[in-house]
Design a protein around this ligand. Structure first.
Ligand code: COA
Length: 433
């Protein structure tokens, strides 16, 4: 059968598609802004026919109805990253959290740690060869579809067609649900004075020709504001958002000096507005690959002068970085932070930056602390950490004694907390600050 007839034979409505999910199945859901909203709504609608369906997801950008208390006997969410819509359920014990480096998530599916029964994905319309693009999320979504016994795809006419290794062929899909609706958007964050100061400090560590990884949120976006005078920057990043488009259009990001994938922006997923989605649609200058390639530290390191910029919750005076919990309360996950911290460490001329406001909770607490809160996860170890940046400056920790790294961290702490931190330093090192 040619692919066009094959395609037609697989088209069903959403209700029928989700009837192929069975009680006890493990369902992997397409990531972030590529969440197949129509399929999830249909699955939730069909809940009375299921018990104990496990839903594996990372950054859940939809409503995550399946974590509501009344869904408990039908669904159990297993989060590989905790986002805003699933945080309460994970911490209330109604959902689980599996900690895993982002680059190893596909391995969980491929090597039988988490066998996949069903993949719910969202893809573009097929091209003339029958290839659908996974669009804005290739990451673990592709591995989920490759490993699943049943693949249900929402073919969305509005899903952009991204390049690289973003494709799934019609013959590898079991059920197709057609739709046309806008892709979930992430609006640009508000960038205040503190974020701007942090952005400017980070930008001072970036040289012409460097290749960048930028995390999510206000700080990475603030860094981009201060890169307008740089030349020939490159991107090899887990994700990008709208800010990158402006720098490409301004001729700042050219990828010309990259030592891997020269001339190309390399990413594994995208979160932004239609402006970003239009920019990457059919754009051969942006290539998307699975996360076990993009985030593999052995791949990242092939980019000389790789600078990674991520954020955190708390840092102790020895340089242990917690980026995923407030005490024992899980608020996110390791994501790709350590993948890039390690890749940057191995890159010739590479640097990793953890950039954070010096305080949290409206200035009431210092993020630089003598000891991490009880139960806090060490996300980036003190052996991996390199630069810490706040609005008050830059602390370089790599290669420094415990005494010097603690001093450098205190120098970039907020003035309100310095006295207390200095007291701790003097007690710990039996010296005058
Ligand atoms: N003590 C108490 N509360 C704290 C705190 C601390 N030390 N640090 C943060 N918080 C609170 C904040 O006040 C904020 O509360 P609010 O929502 O009530 O305002 C909340 O926790 C979130 O903190 P914030 O720093 O504003 O979050 P963010 O959106 O900037 O994200 C991380 C920061 C660290 C959570 C995020 O970068 C992350 O998840 N990192 C790990 C994954 C990663 O780096 N991936 C790689 C790139 S995508």
């Amino acid at each position: 059968m040619n692919w066009k007839d094959l395609y037609k034979s697989k088209v069903v409505d959403a209700k029928e598609a989700v009837s192929h999910i069975k009680s006890g199945d493990r369902v992997v859901v397409g990531h972030a802004c590529a969440e197949p909203v129509t399929l999830i709504e249909a699955m939730v609608e069909n809940r009375e026919n299921y018990s104990d369906v496990e839903i594996v997801h990372m950054v859940a950008m939809g409503g995550s109805e399946y974590v509501k208390p009344e869904m408990e006997k039908h669904f159990r969410h297993n989060a590989v990253f905790v986002g805003g819509s699933t945080r309460e359920a994970v911490n209330a014990g109604r959902a689980d959290f599996t900690t895993c480096f982002f680059h190893e998530v596909p391995k969980l599916f491929k090597e039988g740690y988490m066998p996949v029964d069903v993949a719910l994905v969202q893809v573009s319309s097929p091209d003339e060869h029958g290839n659908c693009s996974l669009g804005v999320s290739v990451d673990y979504t592709k591995a989920g579809a490759e490993c699943a016994k049943i693949v249900i795809a929402q073919v969305n006419k509005q899903m952009p067609r991204t390049m690289g290794s973003a494709f799934i062929h019609v013959s590898d899909i079991d059920y197709i649900v057609e739709s046309s609706h806008p892709i979930i958007e992430l609006q640009p964050p508000r960038i205040g004075e503190i974020e701007k100061a942090i952005g400017e400090n980070c930008a001072s560590l970036i040289n012409d020709g460097d290749t960048l990884q930028l995390g999510i949120g206000a700080i990475p976006d603030a860094v981009l504001l201060f890169l307008k005078d740089k030349k020939d920057l490159g991107i090899h990043s887990e994700m990008i958002s709208d800010g990158v488009v402006e720098l490409v259009e301004a001729g700042v990001i050219t990828n010309k000096k990259k030592t891997l994938h020269q001339g190309k922006t390399i990413v594994t997923f995208l979160m932004g507005t239609k402006k970003l989605y239009d920019f990457i649609d059919n754009n051969p200058m942006v290539e998307m690959y699975p996360v076990d390639y993009v985030n593999d530290p052995r791949v990242i390191m092939k980019n000389d002068n790789l600078v990674s910029i991520n954020s955190c919750v708390q840092i102790d005076l020895t340089g242990q970085v917690c980026s995923e919990s407030i005490g024992s309360k899980q608020i996110s996950g390791v994501g790709g932070q350590v993948d890039f911290v390690r890749g940057a460490a191995m890159s010739k001329g590479g640097k990793s930056i953890i950039a954070t406001p010096s305080t949290a909770a409206k200035g009431k607490v210092s993020r630089i602390v003598p000891f991490l809160d009880e139960g806090a996860a060490v996300t980036t170890s003190r052996n991996d950490v390199d630069y810490i940046v706040t609005e008050h400056g830059i602390a370089h920790l790599k290669g420094k004694t415990l005494k010097d790294r603690a001093r450098n961290l205190i120098n970039i702490a907020h003035t309100d907390f310095k006295e207390e931190l200095i007291k701790e330093w003097e007690k710990r090192f039996n010296a005058k600050f």
